[in-house]
Design a protein around this ligand. Sequence first.
Ligand code: ADP
Ligand code: MG
Length: 283
Amino acid sequence: MAVKEMYAIAPQWSTPRPCDAQAPIEIEFRNVGKAFPAKGQADAPFAIRGVNFQIRRGEVVSIIGPSGCGKSTILNMGSGLYRPSEGEVLVAGERVDGPVPKVAFMLQKDLLMPWRSIRRNVELGLEIQGMAAAQRRVIADNLLARCHLQGFAEHYPFQLSGGMRQRAALARTLAIDPQVLFLDEPFSALDAQTKMILQQDLARMLFEEKKTALFITHDLVEAIALSDRLLVMSARPGTIIEEIEVDLPHRDNPLERRKLPEIGPLAGRLMDLLHVGADHELH
Ligand code: ADP
Ligand code: MG
């Protein structure tokens, strides 16, 4: 069903999706496999295999799957850090075979440089691009305000809490105005409440700026709260076993989405697909 038709039958949705069915494909994996052979090893087992998916411009998609199934490997290939052993990866219509401009990567570790102030950390990507200092400063201060870090521009990373550091990392990620964001469990080291607040900021910015994002998390409710669509992976060799549309309102407001009654059953379906609880001894 076309997204427009869905609006027609779901007038209670407060906000439409920024992505429609006609949006161009921004990220595409075509039959991608990856093996990590040791030196001199001829045929290493595949870590992932037969991975196929497409993400449209403006869509936010989450990958969930058991630990070690190859989620980070997928992001590393999308951002050009790893090359596929078979198949191909396209970002913004071009085959990826090296770092891609307009792509930003955010990890669980904030990777802020301890010797640079928060503002200068946020400016880093712009500095590398050769932007003039005055212009960098305007962009950095604007983002720091949007990430609720006004007043901390002159501070150093060690002076900030974990949540604030991750906010600064988010500001730095957005500073280069990326078209595509790859986010690898960016909030998993944060406490539950800080995490929800950062999710809120991220969701709003992705929505307002119509960014395309591929998000990895092991938190099933986080995936539902933030995404238009979920890709569920099998254990190694990882492949996509299910694609689920998250037909819920509030993609720009995960705190509201979390309160919806549909969340529990959807999380339950994901637990079943991932066999959470099955074949595991409880301690
Ligand atoms: P996930 O993020 O889903 O937990 P990863 O993508 O990190 O999983 O890893 C998938 C598999 O690929 C694991 O078995 C891991 O050991 C292997 N792997 C990932 N990166 C490398 C690498 N650089 N060298 C060797 N093996 C790797
Ligand atoms: Mg990982």
